[in-house]
Design a protein around this ligand. Structure first.
Ligand code: APR
Length: 227
């Protein structure tokens, strides 16, 4: 089976009702991104940040995958598919994708403030501020914030390096290191980018499908099957 790797961002979940980051003037659900998505923000006001992610988790519990997530999952019948996502939602898994790498963490998990190696599934429940992990440190959202390392980056690079096809969907390609991942693709493999808007420039070999994720994936599926 040929290896098909997807690199997805907030735009793939937009049609499921989850707002993207950079379409909202630097605000994320009315908060400044640096207040709720950076390690400094957590140190300044952990209760606010905890509450923010509790709300995002509750919101996620009401969201469903859209046709783009579903087509990606169905393509496992024809390809060896890996999804590398910057999203913290669980919509790829809910659609049935079996191999999903979450570069920026997962809303449905919590970890110890001290030891990010301690990770626990919490589903859609709230983290009560002050709750402790087994190591006695504060339990915090399992999110990779600005200012933190991206532990799955090397794994993601090796997945991209071994891809036969690469598809980038719904990311503004603004946030590194994730935005640089496509440069690890073998020279000459087909690369598509699906986004209804302009993104950061990509090299001229990338084929751009200027559509929303659901329509774009429908077009891409036909192209892949004909290839
Ligand atoms: N279908 C596809 N793409 C869409 C859609 C849609 N329906 N709607 C919007 N988009 C595109 C936008 O045009 C934009 O290029 O999705 C992209 C979203 O970009 P960002 O909001 O910057 O999201 P992303 O690239 O995932 O952000 C990266 O930044 O704040 C951090 O950690 C957070 O993982 C996030 C990272």
């Amino acid at each position: 089976m040929k290896k098909l790797v997807f690199l997805t961002g907030a735009g793939i979940s937009a049609e499921s009702g989850i707002s993207t980051f950079r379409d909202s003037d630097g605000l994320w659900e009315r908060h400044r991104i640096e207040d709720v998505a950076s390690i400094e923000g957590w140190h300044r006001n952990p209760e606010l940040v905890n509450d923010f992610y509790n709300k995002r988790r509750t919101q996620l519990s009401e969201c469903e995958p859209n046709a783009a997530h579903q087509i990606i999952a169905e393509l496992e019948n024809l390809f060896d598919v890996t999804v590398i996502t910057q999203n913290v939602d669980n919509l790829h898994e809910k659609a049935g994708s079996s191999r999903v790498i979450h570069l920026h963490g997962e809303l449905t998990k919590a970890c110890s403030e001290n030891q990010k190696g301690y990770v626990t599934d919490i589903g859609f429940r709230e983290i009560v501020f002050g709750e402790k992990a087994p190591d006695g440190h504060l339990l915090r959202p399992f999110i990779v914030w600005f200012g933190e390392e991206v532990p799955l980056m090397e794994f993601a690079m090796t997945e991209v390096e071994s891809a036969d096809y690469l598809v980038i969907i719904g990311t503004s390609l603004n946030v590194y290191p994730a935005a640089g991942l496509y440069h690890y693709a073998k020279p000459g493999i087909p690369i598509w980018l699906i986004d209804p808007n302009e993104t950061q420039p990509v090299n001229k070999h990338v084929k751009i499908i200027r559509e929303k994720a659901t329509k774009g994936m429908d077009i891409l599926k036909k192209e892949l099957i004909n290839d």
